[in-house]
Design a protein around this ligand. Structure first.
Ligand code: ADP
Ligand code: MG
Length: 405
């Protein structure tokens, strides 16, 4: 294992401490997507935190306080982002009563009172200005309402905020929850002890957001499969005219460099051989499949074509470890989702260890009904990207450590 993954794997987890009779504060990530009617459209993140919460219940924690952010409020109360909308779902999934706490400072004494199976859900922590500033006062206040701090908010573990990072300076016992540990194990299996050949399937909107990842893994992988808008910049680097397609001019050089590096490292690179194009993304009437070299004037690439799906599917089928980050097209729109969905099924059918990182990719895999056919789907977008890049996530940095590491 590289030192970074090993470092994160070396933190104490919930099972290493005794929660009996203790006030446990769990930083969870209940930042779930909601539709325009405030309906939760995907509650996977809540479900993913259940093992940690249930463990505390089963091991007689005296109170359990759940802390999370939700949406992007501006450091003040905003009804739209109130966790009131989420409480019932948590209650339903846990099968236990959950007390909603408007202001945890006012309810301090109530939280401190020991009575078994008391579960509190604090109002959106990002309503406090100090959360994103990693403010010491807020960190201390949060620390004062618990004996044990558990970080299980993998999706936010790449942030140094008061409830994910600052609080660890003021609590004696601080450990990782089961979701955090599961994520680390899954990525270490793909990155540190993989069964070769290893394929990285990369796509999404921009090369600029994923270049660090590409550079970090080029020496570790055997195949690099590139689709989505990301591939437009690579096709441009090959000299193709991508017309109105989304690509990044200032990264064409970088793309050439990656292709060269890949060659030097013996990595096989797969780029789209055909693409789906349209002249109007919002109202796609004129949609065509063309060879990647033949994008028409006024048109843009919005998905990989059927020949590319076949090519990519065959490339992944011969791999034993497949890491996927980034959709192959504008999958949010039906007409441009085929490439992503078909590749999702092809990867799901592989006899390989298959792992998905990236918020949109996880969403795409879920939409086409293949979620349960992957080995692991990360609950963190940005956090999974940083893990793939080889960084130490701040959410793990200050947690207690196991002796043997
Ligand atoms: P992830 O969240 O999985 O890391 P990204 O955020 O990098 O993925 O990219 C996802 C976005 O990329 C999606 O919103 C998708 O519509 C967009 N995208 C993919 N292919 C294209 C394309 N050819 N043109 C424009 N946008 C694209
Ligand atoms: Mg995204």
């Amino acid at each position: 294992m590289t030192s970074n993954i090993r470092f994160m794997d070396g933190v104490k987890s919930l099972k290493d401490v005794d929660v009996d009779g203790k006030r446990v504060l769990i930083r969870v990530d209940f930042n779930v997507p909601v539709d325009s009617h405030n309906n939760i459209s995907d509650d996977r993140r809540i479900k993913a935190a259940l093992p940690t919460i249930n463990y505390c219940i089963d091991h007689n924690a005296c109170s359990i306080t759940l802390v999370t952010h939700f949406g992007r409020p501006k450091g003040a109360y905003d009804e739209k982002y109130s966790l009131k909308h989420i409480r019932k779902r948590v209650e339903r999934l846990l099968g236990k009563k959950v007390v909603f706490v408007d202001d945890f400072e006012e309810s301090k004494d109530e939280i401190a009172t020991c009575s078994l199976e008391r579960i509190f859900l604090l109002e959106n922590i990002r309503f406090y200005e100090g959360e994103k500033k990693n403010d010491e006062t807020l960190s201390k206040k949060l620390a004062s309402i618990c004996d044990i701090y558990v970080n299980d908010a993998f999706g936010t573990s790449h942030r140094e905020h008061a409830s994910t990072f600052g609080i660890t300076n003021f609590v004696d016992t601080k450990v990782a929850g089961f979701l955090m540990m599961r994520e680390i194990e899954a990525f270490s299996k793909a990155l540190e002890e993989p069964v070769r050949p290893i394929a990285l399937v990369i796509g999404g909107a921009k090369i600029s957001t994923k270049i660090t990842l590409l550079e970090a893994v080029l020496k570790k992988i055997d195949k690099l499969i590139i689709g989505g808008a990301m591939s437009n910049t690579f096709l441009k680097a090959l000299g193709y005219d991508m017309k109105k397609s989304l690509y990044e001019d200032e990264y064409v050089q970088t793309a050439s460099k990656v292709l060269k590096e890949a060659r030097l490292n013996g990595v096989n690179v797969y780029l789209p051989v055909d693409i789906v194009i349209t002249d109007n993304v919002e109202n796609p009437v004129d949609v065509k499949v063309v060879p990647s070299q033949d994008v028409l004037d006024g048109f843009m690439a919005v998905d990989i074509g059927p020949a590319t799906v076949k090519l990519f599917s065959e490339a992944v089928a011969l791999s034993n470890t497949i890491i996927w980050n980034g959709p192959m097209g504008i999958y949010e729109q039906d007409k441009f989702s085929k490439g992503t969905f078909k590749l999702a099924s092809a990867i799901a059918d592989c006899y390989a260890y298959t792992i998905v990182g990236g918020g949109d990719t996880a969403d795409a895999v879920d939409r086409c009904g293949e979620s349960s056919n992957f080995s692991f789907i990360s609950t963190g977008g940005g956090a999974s990207l940083e893990l793939l890049e080889g960084k130490i996530l701040p959410g793990f940095k200050n947690l207690d450590r196991k002796e043997e590491y």
